[in-house]
Design a protein around this ligand. Sequence first.
Ligand code: PGA
Length: 263
Amino acid sequence: MRDVIVAANWKMHTTPADAGDLATTIAARTRVPGVTRVICPPFVCLAAVRDALAEHDPSVAVGAQTVHHELAGAYTGETAAPMLVGLATWAILGHSERRRDAGETDDLIGRKLSRAVDAGLRPILCVGELLEEREAGRATQVVETQLRGALAAADPQALASAGFVIAYEPVWAIGTGRTATASDAAAMADAIRTGLTALGWPDGGEGVPILYGGSVTSVNIGEFMAEPAIDGALVGGASLKPDEMAGIVARAGITAAARGLAG
Ligand code: PGA
């Protein structure tokens, strides 16, 4: 059975002074059997979060929000994947805010993905369509193109062994309070697995966890977790709120128990 995962994307929030406490509080409020928890703070907070979790709850993983596509070099302000060894064990790649603000292309994201895997990081690849693309009936096509672009040079076997995860995040649902319907999100998860099959993925992508992201809260998580094609959530705004995280992970735990992961 696929893992049930709740990943917190703190984006550009928290400081090294407060991130450890927030991580500890969230960890204590989300101790639910069978749910894989990941906290992705800003780079400058990675050490604080790592240290706090190592002391209070080492079962919560730490992730980076991106990695650079090169191993080292003259890239002012950037962080290469190998630099994260010892700080993080997961990495988010291709988040729509980076596609939008840092001009990340599918090809570049594919290079980041292989750097992350080579550094031993478990990757979460984000895909998702813009509102105008959904309204034009092109959502599936856009996400398939993103997948094909990012995975063009990937070795499916190596990625599968790295625990490859995909987050389907419709761009119009991120930070807007608006969500995809659970059935639309499940249909996109099916389309993503069909896309993986076409790319020669082992088991037609059946082993790849697919998370939903976009305005997930403790109130709406139940709809998404009720869909067998969806394996958890990538949570932004609500992931900074311990009460919200408690509710989200508790609901994910029901799915984990139903899948026999909680034992
Ligand atoms: P949101 O962000 O939950 O604030 O919509 C999700 C994400 O960007 O991963």
